[in-house]
Design a protein around this ligand. Sequence first.
Ligand SMILES: [Zn+2]
Ligand SMILES: [Zn+2]
Length: 485
Amino acid sequence: MKHDCHYHPGEPAKWHCSECQIHYCTRCMPDADTHRKHGLCPKCSRVMRYLGAATEAVPFWNRLSAFFRYPFYLDPLLVIAICTLVPLVLSANLVGLVISLLLFLALLKYTYAVINHTADGHMKPPPLAVAFSGEGFGIAIQQLLVFVVLGALIGAAGFVGGPVLAFVAMALVVLALPASIMVLAMERSVGAAVNPLNLMMLISRIGWPYFLLYGYLVLLTLASGAAQEFALQHFDPWLSLPLAGFLNSTFTLILFHMLGYLLFQYQEELGFASDLQESAGPEQDAASRDRGNRLDADIDMDIKDGNYDRAESLIKSALKREPDNGHRLEQLYRLLTARGKQRELRRYAPRLLAWLADRNDAAGMGELLAAVEAVDPQFQLDDPELAVRCARCLYHRGEYRRALGLLKEFHKRFPDSQQLAPAYILAAQVLANGLEQWEKATAFLMFVQKRCTSHPLHQQVTDYLQQAARQEPLKEPRARFSLGD
Ligand SMILES: [Zn+2]
Ligand SMILES: [Zn+2]
C-alpha cells in the first residue's frame, strides 16, 4: 500500500525507517542515493528501507486501457469540443481564421500540459482552464522551431551525403521525436529538445520500454489515421469533419498522456530536468549543494515537529560556516520573528539588516528595527557603509524617522569615515524632502560644506544649499556615486 511522507502529506513516501516508524519523501531525503537505494534516517542515522520499488508506477504496458479512458473526462472533452467544433462553424474570414488559430494553440498548450501533469503523477487530465488561461502559448512556437531545426538537420544531411544520409537522418529524427517532445515539455527549451545528447540520454535511461512505447505510438497514429479516413469516406461532411477532428484530438491526448506517463514511470532514472540539464559539474559543488539540501530538509522537519530550538541552532551553526548566506539569514529572520525572539534579532541585526538592504526591503527593516529597539533602545550599526545603505533604503520607502535614526550622531560615531558626507547629505534630503524641515537640512549641509572638503560630494553641496534656501526638494545628482561596489 502507498504511504505519504510524514512531513509532506500528498507526497508519496520513498523511504521508511523501521526504527522511528517514519515515512520520508524524496524532498526530505535530498542526500539519499536512489540509484543504489541507500539512505540514512535523518533522526536515527540507521539505514532505511527504500520504498521506490513499492511505490513505483505500474508499467505503462499494464495500464493500456487506462490510457484510452484518459480523454473521457469532462474537462478534456470540453477542450476538444471547443477547439475542434468551434472552428467548423466559423465563417472563413480573417476573424474566423484568427480564432481558429488561437483555439489550435490552446489545444496544443493543453496537450503539453497533459505531459507535465501526468509526469507529476496526476492520472486525471488537467483542468479546462489550463488550455485558455495565462502564459505558456510559447510552447507552440517552440515546437514549431524544433520541427524547423529537425527539418534543417535532415536537409543538411541530404546536402552533405545525398539521399542515403538524408534517409538515415530522417529515420533517427523520427525515432527521437517522442523523446524530443518529452524534453520540450519538461524543459521548455528548444535547444534542449534538439540536443542529441539530451535525447540519447533520455532514451538510454528509459531503455527498451522507450521502443515499446514507440511501437504503441506508431500503432495509435495509424489507428487514428484509419479511423479519420473511415469517417471522412463514409459519412456526410457535417458529421465526418467534426468526427475526424474529435478523433484526432482524442488520440493526441492519449499519445501525450503516454509520453507523460513514461516520464512519470522513469522519474527516478531520469532525475527529470535537473539531471538532463546539468552535465557533471564539479564534485565539490554537488557535495556542498547536497549538504545544503540536507540541512534545509532537517530544518523543515524540525519546524514541522515543533523543535524550534533545534532548527534555530542548526541555522545558526550553518551561519557560522557561511556568514553571508542569504537563504540561511532569511530562515533565521523568519524563525526569530515568528518566535518573537528580540534579543536574538538584536544579536544578528547587522547581518539581517545587510540582507534586508540587499533585498531593498524597507518594511522588513522597519519591523526588525522596532523589535531590536524594544530590547536595545540605543541600538546603532557599527558599519558606516551599511548604516547609510539601510538609511537610503528606508528613505526611498518613506520611513523618514527610521532613516534619520540610523544616521544619528554620525560624525561622532564615525568622525573619519568617507561615508560622513553621503550620510549627512542623505539626512538633509530626508529632512527637506521627507519632513520639510529646511533649516535642519541646511544645518547638515553646512556641516558637510565645512568639514568634508575633500569628499567628491562636496562640490554638490552649494547646489543643495541653494535649493534648501528656496525650500525646493533637494534633487539627487544625476550621476550618483556608487556605494563601495
Ligand atoms: Zn517529505
Ligand atoms: Zn530512524
